[in-house]
Design a protein around this ligand. Structure first.
Ligand SMILES: [Zn+2]
Length: 378
């Protein structure tokens, strides 16, 4: 019952995020104090892997992992809390975590012996009696480690989300390292310390045994506002130029172990919309986004609004190559469906940190993670 209630709260919250995302909100403060801007020089480029235990050494001690596969998700970080307005009590901020909170989560995952695995490595397609079957892969991990998939939703960085304290876009700096870029007034802020992508890159560089086979996280892209801060959606008349700009970044992300998922094109509730709208949305994602990111078998439901496997919409997604479908749940969830797999994801944000600390206990201690400096007491 409590889980159901939680799910409803999460779904309502996610709906509100999208509604707000599409609104112009002028109430947020746009002024940023200089001391909040961290500019990292190129000297701080990602360190080469300096493992306390080398990857090859770890690989010699692999054992089959038969337990639950854990999947947590975040939204883009509150990089500039002052630009995001008042944190505690503000809805958008309750649906996200701050930079400090994200870093503390990574440390907690690591301390609890989780290891990042690529979402594409946890399932495979085989042929059985002439039928294609999708099922859980045999998972081999270093002794004592538990597999963790992290996904990040809505990684678009549109004009409106910038006002909610997010960065402007992901870039490659002159040393070909992944950084964030944000324009604050006349100041350009290039940082490796205020968004998930560069922070996770650094964390793995410093803790190589947190990543198995170079895995990082999964970016769940929508399409209507572009991806990673680049307006590659065809509504933008300059989209070809934007595609050219984002391609080297996608290439670098792939090389560094990031994977990509569809989060639909227009972020509409999959079950609510008509079949025709859903089909049009799926086609647009394929034409405008997947054509740039490369194919993916992962579909992450907007608002966690799931489709029943016997529906025409689900079949359409199967025909478009999707095999692993992710919803929202507070417990590990895995259903083999023969032609596909359903997986639950646990949301970590301001609201779950505050209201459901016990549900997050398998991953983190909410009271340790909570950013009281920015949010006030929990
Ligand atoms: Zn979303």
């Amino acid at each position: 019952m409590q889980n159901k209630f939680f799910l409803v709260v999460v779904l309502i919250s996610l709906s509100l995020i999208l509604a707000l995302d599409g609104c112009k909100n002028t109430s947020y403060k746009k002024t940023i104090s200089k001391d909040k801007i961290s500019i990292k020089s190129s000297k701080n480029s990602i360190k080469k892997i300096t493992a306390s235990k080398s990857i090859s050494e770890i690989k010699q001690n692999l054992v089959e992992y038969k337990g639950d596969i854990y999947h947590v998700f975040f939204h883009c970080l509150i990089a500039f809390p002052k630009r995001a307005g008042k944190i505690n009590g503000d809805f958008l901020d309750s649906s996200r975590v701050t930079v400090n909170e994200f870093k503390r989560c990574l440390s907690e995952f690591y301390k609890k012996n989780y290891v990042l695995v690529d979402i594409n490595s946890i399932f495979n397609e085989t042929e059985e009696n002439g039928r294609q079957i999708v099922k859980r892969a045999k998972i081999m991990l270093p002794v004592g480690k538990m597999p963790l998939v992290i996904s990040i939703d809505d990684v678009s960085y549109s004009d409106t989300t910038k006002e909610f304290g997010m960065i402007d876009k992901i870039i490659l700096d002159k040393n070909n390292n992944l950084k964030s870029y944000t324009q604050i007034g006349s100041k350009e802020v290039i940082s490796d310390d205020n968004e998930v992508i560069p922070i996770l890159e650094k964390f793995v560089a410093n803790h190589p045994d947190f990543s198995f086979n170079n895995a990082k996280a999964t970016l769940a892209f929508t399409g209507w506002k572009g991806i990673l801060g680049y307006s590659i959606n065809h509504d933008n008349k300059n989209y070809i130029k934007e595609v050219k700009s984002v391609k080297p970044i996608l290439k670098k992300l792939k090389e560094n172990g990031w994977s990509f998922a569809s989060h639909s094109y227009g972020h509409r509730g999959s079950a609510k919309v008509s079949y025709n709208i859903f089909a049009e949305d799926t086609e647009k994602w394929s034409n405008e986004i997947e054509s740039v990111t490369g194919p993916t078998k992962i579909f992450i439901y907007p608002f966690g609004e799931e489709l029943a496997p016997n529906t025409d919409k689900y079949k359409l997604l199967l025909n478009n190559g999707f095999r692993l479908f992710c919803g929202v749940n507070m417990e590990p969830e895995w259903q083999d469906r023969g032609n596909s797999i359903h997986m639950g994801r646990v949301c970590i944000d301001g609201m779950t940190l505050k209201s459901y600390p016990e549900k997050l206990n398998p991953f983190i201690n909410s009271f340790t993670v909570w950013d009281s400096k920015e949010r006030g007491p929990i």
